[in-house]
Design a protein around this ligand. Sequence first.
Ligand SMILES: NC(=O)c1ccc[n+]([C@@H]2O[C@H](COP(=O)([O-])OP(=O)(O)OC[C@H]3O[C@@H](n4cnc5c(N)ncnc54)[C@H](OP(=O)(O)O)[C@@H]3O)[C@@H](O)[C@H]2O)c1
Length: 330
Amino acid sequence: MSEAKTMQAVVCHEFGPLTDLKIEETAIPSIKDNEVLIDVEAAGVNFPDALIVQGLYQLQPDTPFTPGCEVAGVVVKTGSKVSHLTPGQRVVGVCQIGGYAEQVAINAAQVLPLPDFINVEEAAALITAHATAHHALKQRANLQSGETLVVTGAAGGTGLAAVQIGKAMGARVIAVCSSEEKLALARQHGADEGINYTQEDLKESVKKLTNGNGADVCYECVGGDSFDAMSRAMGWGGRLLVVGFASGKIPKLPVNLTLVKGYAVVGVFWGVFTQKSPQVFAQNMQELMQWYQQEKVKVVIDKQFSLTDAAQALQYMTDRKVMGKVILKP
Ligand SMILES: NC(=O)c1ccc[n+]([C@@H]2O[C@H](COP(=O)([O-])OP(=O)(O)OC[C@H]3O[C@@H](n4cnc5c(N)ncnc54)[C@H](OP(=O)(O)O)[C@@H]3O)[C@@H](O)[C@H]2O)c1
């Protein structure tokens, strides 16, 4: 039987509206010595994918390109310098682009074998959201047991992951969401307190829930007004994590606030961390998988879409409807 040479992939021809994405027959990627080719069985959908397609992300790939930054599936082929993976092995992989396709070539350092206890759908949904929260709270914030952690966007992909991981690390977690339904989900996943920031003043509510002390750590992935309020609700020695700007507004910080309150503003860029520190990334993933097995972290798949419906999946996310994660099934 001759080997297939083409595959289905979602293609972005130029930066613009999500509805311009096309599903096309494209060439199967060739692999370099340090890469593996993966048969994609599930691809995670993440907010940065929508930003990249619209040309709003910090990284702008050459067009045309295929979006998609995390996949789970089976290794088809390995490059000559790859020794820790073999064809037929179940894996998860992270890539900046290329995941919304039937096959993708990924640097082997960012591909990890998948334990038997997790299926491909949950694995594809677990990586970016949970691993970002894990890296942010562990390496960037050095979150300690007993500290108070505030999580904004707490029912979204990475926010809900931060709620679970914050609890796993022993913190008291305050979830911040825009509806009671979203707060209920965050509570179900371990949040001790909830603030509906469409109804309550965020800064005052955090102060009230911390006896006037402010937050030790904030996992801030919304930006705009939410970041502004949290920059005024941090406690002495706190760490305000800059994770994302889902509101579309990149805030500006009056730095005198950090001086007066003695807190640090700490940037988080998980994708670059996986490339610069592949060994720490691999250790983190081991711990994350252990927590998954122990049910300390759980994957909530809100919806599954087919590859042909990638634009709808991204729209569902930018419409602020996602509760947990969305995945694509090629
Ligand atoms: N730094 C990193 O390495 C890294 C890694 C992954 C993701 N991120 C960033 O983290 C942010 C969240 O990503 P995610 O995958 O968790 O997204 P998500 O599942 O869509 O969650 C985003 C949350 O933000 C809130 N939000 C407020 N205004 C919004 C708006 N105008 N549109 C959409 N959501 C809005 C929503 O919660 P409420 O309705 O409750 O306000 C929503 O649940 C994004 O900015 C993403 O780029 C950063």
